[in-house]
Write a protein that binds this ligand. Structure first.
Ligand SMILES: *Cc1c(COP(=O)(O)O)cnc(C)c1O
Length: 393
């Protein structure tokens, strides 16, 4: 981290009005050249050369049974929900502290969403609370990996497997994070990544579905759902002369231009992650020596984090608000995060009650996220630490 990113450079790339924006997307050097190449070859459908190249890279990276590049993480979760043929009478357990797509992708099938409480030490699904919410109706558990950390997959998979329940990993924030050297998204039946501009690796808008099953029926269904409900894959491979309507489906795949941008990002993943790690490590070291009245949420020792962001818990909601306001006054954009989904207008409109989820309710408004991104340098880290010191007084 040497040299100072000028504010104008940062503003140009993020559109933020803060001197230190909350997030600036990583832009790999070869993006523009790859997009130009895609326009030159002109094959812009979702099976073009960059689509194939990015998909092959991801297949190699995850060593999964199948990977599908999608137009969003939400789309990937929707493919999972459709493939599992969920519907009325089925329950899907979702942590209440997550983005609403973790629930909507499943809810729209007619399945019932059962919200689960979180462990405030990680802000992720609490396996003890999960155990109480399982029933004969439970078909799927959605495990959201929060902020560069990893949900307690050992405990979740143990509860799910003995009952024939599928686990779908919402790894929207977890691209690049490793658990015991294994990429997220490869533990459940399905995993879903996001390459939205707010994420660690982005192509504007995009995602991927990771399929970790060799069940032929599920694999065939994924193929036709992704092909908009047709057997077009057989035509493409020369096994059939014309395609027919075979299943439900939609237009879920990533376009060639996004795939070109994403290819450049995949090829620059190591330097992207290394830069994030330098910033996060410097922040954590500084925060430790300051002994602040806030508790950073760390990934554990078996996790290599992508440092999606730096979440920390204050002692009260008022303190969190005050911290965010004081940092913003200094030009540093800090953020709160999700309102628990069971408290949302959408959940309240559901015909069944969710009850109280006490841990989520007592932590969500104490959470503050500090900026971590690759446009930050040593000066920016110092600026954040100075701001925290001034606030703690
Ligand atoms: C960003 C995010 C999503 C949605 O990703 P899209 O690619 O925008 O659909 C879903 N779940 C979580 C946890 C996210 O952070």
């Amino acid at each position: 981290m040497s040299g100072r990113n000028t504010a104008t450079q940062i503003l140009k790339t993020s559109g933020s009005s803060y001197a230190l924006p909350f997030h600036v997307p990583h832009r790999a050097r070869r993006q523009a050249a790859y997009v130009a190449e895609a326009l030159r070859h002109g094959h812009l459908r979702p099976d073009g050369p960059f689509f194939q190249r990015a998909q092959a890279w991801l297949a190699d990276h995850t060593a999964a049974e199948r990977v599908v590049l999608t137009n969003s993480c939400t789309a990937a979760l929707e493919i999972a929900a459709l493939t599992l043929e969920l519907g009325p009478g089925d329950d899907v357990i979702v942590p209440t502290f997550t983005f609403c797509a973790s629930a909507t992708a499943f809810e729209r099938t007619g399945a019932r969403i059962v919200f689960c409480d979180i462990d405030p030490a990680s802000m992720m699904l609490d396996p003890a609370d999960l155990a109480h919410r399982l029933s004969d109706r439970t078909r799927v558990i959605v495990a959201t990996h929060y902020g560069g950390g990893v949900a307690d997959m050992e405990a979740i998979l143990a509860l799910a497997r003995s009952r024939g329940i599928h686990v779908v990993e919402d790894a929207a924030q977890g691209f690049g994070t490793l658990r015991n050297d294994r990429p997220l998204g490869t533990f459940g039946t399905f995993g879903a990544f996001s390459f939205h501009d707010t994420k660690v690796v982005s192509c504007g808008q995009g995602g991927a579905l990771i399929v970790n099953t060799d069940d032929r029926k599920l694999l065939e269904l994924v193929t036709s759902i992704v092909e908009r409900g047709t057997d077009f894959a057989l035509v493409r491979s020369g096994k059939k002369a014309f395609y027919e309507w075979t299943s439900t489906g939609s237009s879920f795949q990533m376009g060639e231009l996004e795939a070109a941008i994403l290819t450049a990002e995949f090829e620059a993943l190591d330097e992207n992650l290394a830069a994030r790690k330098r910033v996060a490590a410097a922040l954590m070291r500084g925060m430790e020596t300051l002994a602040l009245p806030i508790m950073p949420i760390h990934a554990d020792a078996q996790t290599v984090s992508n440092f999606h962001f730096m979440p920390a818990l204050t002692r009260s909601a008022r303190e969190a608000k005050d911290l965010i306001a004081s940092q913003r006054k200094r030009g540093i954009d800090c953020r709160q995060h999700y309102v628990p989904l069971h408290l949302s207008p959408r959940a309240k409109a559901m015909s069944y009650g969710h009850g109280a989820l006490l841990e989520a309710e007592s932590t969500w408004d104490r959470l503050v996220r500090l900026p971590v991104h690759t446009a930050m340098d040593a000066y920016d880290v110092e600026m954040v630490l100075e701001g925290l010191k001034a606030w703690a007084g």
